[in-house]
Design a protein around this ligand. Structure first.
Ligand code: C5P
Length: 400
């Protein structure tokens, strides 16, 4: 049975072209057993009629704050209390801004203020409006306030632009709403993950690093958040957007990552080391840019970096600790050796000699070894793989 069965959903429709999808959304929510009441802003009624949404929802559509007849049937406070979920789809940039400010200048914003039900929004707007700093800062404020943000999707837009800002399809919004009421496999857990490369300075302008993109670690962080965990992402320099809702600690060197990791791992349930940490760093960082010398060769003396994941696994209250082994040969034996030597609970092994998967690719295929287990995941996208790894970790953790 769906987790939305018998749930009462207040569907807010604001004024965007995607409002036509709200009609189908009502149906998809009803398919899951939910009952739906619709509130429309005046602008929404320019795009779709209340009559359509009334016929589909089977309930009168609420459009005005000061309507004695509607208030007599079901007052706005009663309506706010009725909702198990307030879902705004589409949510325009203007509506989002008013929500952030806590305005109550129409029925829908007033209901949002008056309801203590969980809230979700499906943004829909032009890509430039979505990308603009004010919208992005409004979205992060809402995320901090635990408002779920569904989408937006990327693609061609009604205005002819291409980019992020399209409202998710109705069936995807209904599925996302269903997930809100399904406790995640990592609900209540604190997860810390390292990701990306480290940079080891040689002098003020040069460093030693590697080709890690951070994609796998960021995808795992996102899957962990989707599974209900609170997630701290300790990231070396990357070019990718961190997942919404993650606490991000940006670091540069292995030593910085070590300090952040040991402090964050202290109170955590799970620690995942997906970063490609430099094994060595220059023994001394030159204060000034090193000048070209006459000699054809030069030597930089290196010193070993601390092993972050091994140090976390050696902690007294050790979290469930997962490492990665990127190998070009003898995958299984090297990975199993690392599992033991670093005292890990699981190790995710991947073959980095293949150029179609791993390091900079969007896909990956891995084998996961535990002290007495092997799980093989064949090639799929890093996002799919991340979800599978999170499920596996949830199963393997003590108490499951
Ligand atoms: O020993 P190796 O570098 O192959 O081990 C890889 C695993 O150890 C990865 O999980 C990586 O994030 C972690 N690691 C670490 N600190 C280091 C080196 C590797 O946490 N200094």
């Amino acid at each position: 049975m769906s987790s939305l069965n018998n749930k009462q959903i207040l569907l807010g429709v604001t004024g965007g072209i995607a409002a036509y999808k709200s009609a189908e959304l009502i149906r998809r929510l009803q398919d899951f057993g939910a009952s739906v009441r619709v509130v429309m802003t005046p602008a929404a009624q320019e795009f779709i009629t209340p009559l359509t949404l009334q016929a589909l929802s089977g309930n009168p559509v609420h459009t005005q704050m000061l309507d004695p007849e509607a208030e007599a049937a079901m007052g706005h406070i009663e309506l706010a209390r009725w909702a198990d979920l307030v879902l705004i789809a589409p949510a325009t940039a203007d509506f989002i801004a008013r929500l952030v400010q806590g305005q109550g200048n129409d029925l829908l914003t007033t209901l949002c203020l008056a309801s203590d039900a969980p809230m979700a929004i499906a943004p829909a707007m032009n890509q430039a409006m979505w990308r603009t700093e004010s919208t992005q800062s409004n979205i992060s404020t809402l995320t901090q306030r635990k408002v779920a943000i569904f989408g937006p999707a990327s693609g061609s837009q009604a205005c002819g632009d291409v980019g992020p800002g399209r409202m998710l399809e109705a069936s995807d919004i209904a599925l996302a709403a269903e997930k809100l009421f399904t406790p995640g496999t990592l609900a209540g857990k604190k997860l810390v993950i390292t990701a990306g490369p480290t940079r080891e300075a040689i002098d003020p302008v040069r460093y030693i690093s590697n080709h890690s993109s951070g994609k796998m670690g960021y995808a795992i962080a996102q899957a962990a958040i989707e599974a209900g965990a609170s997630c701290t992402l300790i990231s070396g320099p990357t070019n990718i957007e961190p997942p919404r809702g993650a606490k991000v600690i940006n670091v540069t060197s292995a030593l910085d990552m070590h300090t952040a990791s040991l402090s964050e791992a202290e109170q955590s349930d799970i620690f995942i080391a997906s970063a490609a940490v430099a094994d060595y760093r220059p023994l001394a960082i030159a204060e000034q840019k090193i000048k070209k010398a006459n000699s054809d060769t030069m030597t930089i003396e290196l010193t070993k970096n601390p092993d972050i994941v091994a140090d976390v696994a050696a902690m007294k209250n050790k979290p469930f600790t997962v490492g990665f082994a990127a190998e070009t040969q003898d995958l299984e034996s090297y990975a199993k050796d690392k599992l033991k030597r670093k005292n890990l609970d699981l190790i995710v092994a991947n073959d980095v000699s293949r150029t179609d998967i791993g390091f900079n690719s969007d896909n990956n295929a891995v084998s996961v070894f535990g002290p007495a287990s092997t799980d093989i995941f064949s090639e799929c996208s890093k996002h799919q793989l991340a979800r599978l790894l999170i499920d596996l970790i949830a199963q393997k953790m003590p108490g499951h």
